[in-house]
Design a binder for this molecule. Structure first.
Ligand code: PAF
Length: 294
């Protein structure tokens, strides 16, 4: 594995790889969720490139940029063990040049869900992902479905701006008790960690309610989730929405799920940790921990 820290070295290392390149952009502190993205990349391409960069432009004022967990040494080791070819962790030069003034905005899709409480977040994401795509020139890029809105926005950006890159979404990887893996889970204290399992449990409850009565209005499905979450004294709901899987537009409260299906999506604060999760309501539960949750 080549470890590179400058844009020029990353570009040169990637251009020397013969065959197809899968790219997994990350902010580091890698967990099994990231490793699943990397395995999927290796399965689909000849080479794997991973970047680790805690991107300041996607954090809002008062968010956890300074505290965001970091473990570059551990990350490099995990990537090497997995068979990564190039590990790009920029250092020694600014990623954003002086007077960087170009921003990539994917309109509309960035307004709902997380965009409501993190108004500049997705512009930060699409701008850094564009920069990384231009440095690495991958054939495919792999993202997690946990950040569903990010995935949908990047798919739209790649289509609209004609990037010759295939975007792959990988299902959420969960802890045994159902909690979606996230670098931010490490912020949780014991009580919060216990209560955080209710996120996935409430999604499963909404899934069950829909399969028992597919005509149930979306507002009622959202209520199932909200009622469960409101029992938690450590949790503060940012949003719970039942949305169209491609447009991310919330369904009307009194309408049932449409023919394209629906995703139940949520963001919940535990102290300063903001956790997100989502579940496709109209499809069978994915293999894994959700199937055994009550
Ligand atoms: O999903 C993430 O970790 C980040 O948003 C990404 C895609 C690496 C951009 O900084």
């Amino acid at each position: 594995m080549q470890r590179v820290t400058t844009i020029a070295d990353a570009r040169s290392a990637c251009s020397q790889l013969a065959g197809t390149i899968a790219f997994v952009p990350t902010m580091g502190f890698l967990h099994d969720g990231h490793l699943a993205l990397m395995r999927e990349g290796l399965r689909r391409a000849d080479h794997l490139v991973v970047s680790v960069f805690v991107n300041p432009t996607q954090f809002g004022p008062g968010e956890d940029l300074e505290d965001y967990p970091r473990d570059l040494k551990g990350d490099a080791k995990k990537c090497r063990n997995l068979g990564c070819d190039v590990f790009f962790a920029p250092r020694d030069e600014p990623v954003y040049a002086d007077q960087h003034s170009t921003r990539v905005i994917v309109d509309d899709l960035d307004r709902s869900l997380c965009g409501q409480s993190r108004p500049d977040h997705f512009c930060g994401v699409t701008t850094i992902v564009t920069k990384l795509f231009n440095i690495i020139s991958p054939d495919i890029a792999v993202f997690g479905q946990k950040d569903l809105q990010q995935l949908v926005i990047i798919e739209r950006m790649v289509r609209d701006l004609n990037f010759p890159i295939e975007i792959i979404g990988v299902p959420i990887v969960r802890e045994k008790d159902g909690l979606a893996m996230s670098s931010r889970n490490r912020y949780l204290d014991e009580a919060q960690r216990r209560q955080a399992t209710s996120l996935s449990r409430s999604l499963v409850a909404a899934h069950r309610a829909h399969s028992e009565d597919p005509a149930l209005p979306c507002g009622r499905l959202v209520d199932v989730v909200r009622t469960r979450l409101s029992e938690l004294d450590e949790a503060r709901i940012d949003y719970v929405e039942c949305v169209h899987p491609q447009t991310l537009v919330p369904y009307e409260e009194d309408a049932p799920i449409g023919p394209d299906g629906a995703v139940m999506a949520m963001a919940v604060y535990f102290g300063s940790a903001r956790l997100i999760d989502n579940l496709r309501i109209d499809r069978p539960l994915p293999d894994g921990p959700l199937r055994s949750l009550k």
